[in-house]
Ligand binder design. Sequence first.
Ligand code: GLP
Length: 245
Amino acid sequence: MEVKIFDDYNTMSATAADIIIDCVKNKPNALLCFPTGNTPLLSYKLLAEKKREHHIDFTKCFCIGLDEWLGVPPEVKGSCSYDLHEHVFEPLGIKELQIHLFTGITNDTKAECRTMNELVRKHEGIDCLLAGIGINGHIGFNEPGSDISMEAHEQLLHPTTLASGQNYFRAATKLEKGITLGMAQVMASKRFLLLANGTPKAAIIKTALEGEVTNQVPASYVRRCENSIVLIDKDAASLLENKWN
Ligand code: GLP
């Protein structure tokens, strides 16, 4: 694990965008995994700008989504599918043929998970996976207490996730379960970028980086991952005691 602490959200986001671009330059047919949430929004904007400015070719890469709210249709703003199209795929000009996302509307989540697992295997793993961190330490929807050895799975959501989840929707939305890539796939990624900014993330960043490595805090497993880079701004880093930079 490498930890990089930035003066602000802007430089943190620019670095995340640069790492994704390097990944695509080195491997044009890379498998990329994108999360939703507020944290990566500026990285996505800068990624699209840098792509245009430097003529980076994304036509051969393949993209998957980290997770999805079960029961929420893809045309609803706030679903991961809607938000990833709006903030990532449309700005980057990624075509539908280059995308596979979990669907929130399914009565066979096992089949959904199988399809995703097979796709990841067919690509020989994820080349670059970006993730935010929940204030409860979740990665994607790998909630506190999740089995770290799992691949894609359905997950009953933690009360904190349910409460903060409402913020992504225009109207109150029934949320109960999610579907997510598992920590086994996150940790096996050739690049695992964990992003966090702002003081509300300071306590969980301290727990994840300096507390015990435990499945009660799935993000703490970033430390067991050789290929991980934690990108945080100085506010999110404000409670850290070790010298990381
Ligand atoms: C949601 C997503 C997660 C994301 C988290 C943090 O729960 N499913 O993948 O990491 O929110 O979001 P934010 O970046 O808005 O803090």
